[in-house]
Design a protein around this ligand. Structure first.
Ligand code: HEC
Ligand code: HEC
Ligand code: HEC
Ligand code: HEC
Ligand code: HEC
Length: 167
């Protein structure tokens, strides 16, 4: 009888811990490890590079694009050439291979997104991607669910016609 008074609370607390661990995991922000530790904070905040310097297509095409190794080498042939991350970069450069960056944001194929439309409408990168300029590793801060798109489209009087995004 006495043992039950000890065991029951332990089981209950254990159960609560397991549930909360599961909830935390479900809420965890997606920020995959990358083949090279590229740090946006260093490049954007410390060295004042514009987002469009690297994601050139965001202003004029559906896709923002990730820069080719060539864009990095303009600086990294010399800058920080002794650092391990930059040496990895130089290896890709010498092998003429692209860096296999892991995608952080991916929509299902049946959804059409368009960076240019948002750029023209003055929707800032940070409204969807968060403060990338202070991220040592890019994290996905938005759900990318349909409800998320529609909420802003209603608020900004943008199209909520199914065919705007599905065709
Ligand atoms: C010096 C070049 C450079 C600059 C400047 C830069 N980026 Fe990036 N960005 C990259 C590279 C390389 C990656 C891919 C590796 C990674 O995810 O960290 C990337 C990845 C991203 C991603 C994730 C892409 C995905 O896979 O979904 C977002 C979002 C992003 N950048 C937004 C921004 C924003 C917003 C700015 C300006 C505040 C910015 N970037 C400035 C080089 C740059
Ligand atoms: C305009 C110049 C410039 C461009 C373009 C640039 N970088 Fe850098 N990068 C720097 C500077 C400056 C530093 C900081 C060096 C330091 O603090 O020693 C840096 C630091 C780094 C580091 C960290 C080195 C370390 O371990 O401290 C990596 C990795 C890196 N850059 C990768 C990239 C990649 C990948 C790209 C292309 C997507 C890129 N850089 C484009 C200027 C640039
Ligand atoms: C209205 C929301 C929104 C805005 C504003 C926005 N993005 Fe995106 N971004 C997305 C979505 C959604 C994706 C995933 C697209 C897909 O999978 O088709 C994405 C993907 C990306 C990627 C991955 C490569 C690619 O082209 O898919 C990069 C890099 C990126 N965005 C950078 C930027 C930059 C830089 C800005 C500002 C100039 C910006 N984004 C503005 C929502 C946005
Ligand atoms: C933070 C606000 C915001 C979010 C989030 C957002 N949008 Fe938009 N979107 C806009 C605005 C503003 C426009 C421009 C409307 C205009 O030009 O009249 C637009 C335009 C578009 C267009 C072009 C429509 C046309 O008729 O040319 C498409 C496609 C689109 N958005 C898809 C999406 C998708 C898909 C998502 C979610 C993954 C999304 N948007 C999330 C604000 C947003
Ligand atoms: C502003 C962009 C946008 C508009 C407008 C839009 N959708 Fe979507 N839709 C999305 C995105 C993003 C997804 C994928 C993410 C998700 O499943 O929530 C999606 C997913 C879906 C799915 C798949 C859901 C699932 O669980 O797999 C269906 C079905 C759908 N939409 C139907 C519609 C219909 C019907 C309309 C018009 C009443 C509409 N959508 C309007 C962006 C949009």
């Amino acid at each position: 009888m006495k043992a039950a008074w000890i065991i029951i609370p332990i089981v209950l607390v254990g159960g609560l811990l397991a549930v909360s661990a599961w909830l935390v995991q479900a809420d965890e922000i997606y920020a995959p490890e990358q083949p090279i530790d590229f740090d946006h904070k260093v490049h954007v905040s410390d060295y004042s590079l514009d987002c469009l310097y690297c994601h050139t297509y965001a202003s004029r095409s559906p896709f923002a694009g990730v820069p080719a190794v060539e864009r990095c080498m303009g600086c990294h042939l010399l800058i920080a050439a002794d650092k391990p991350g930059v040496q990895k970069l130089q290896e890709y450069w010498q092998n003429e291979a692209p860096v296999p960056w892991v995608k952080v944001h991916v929509l299902p194929r049946f959804v059409h997104f368009n960076h240019e439309a948002h750029f023209r409408a003055d929707v800032a990168c940070r409204e969807c991607h968060g403060q990338v300029e202070s991220m040592a590793r890019v994290a996905r801060v938005a759900s990318l669910e349909m409800g998320w798109c529609l909420e802003c489209h209603r608020a900004r009087e943008a199209s909520v016609d199914c065919l705007a995004c599905h065709y």
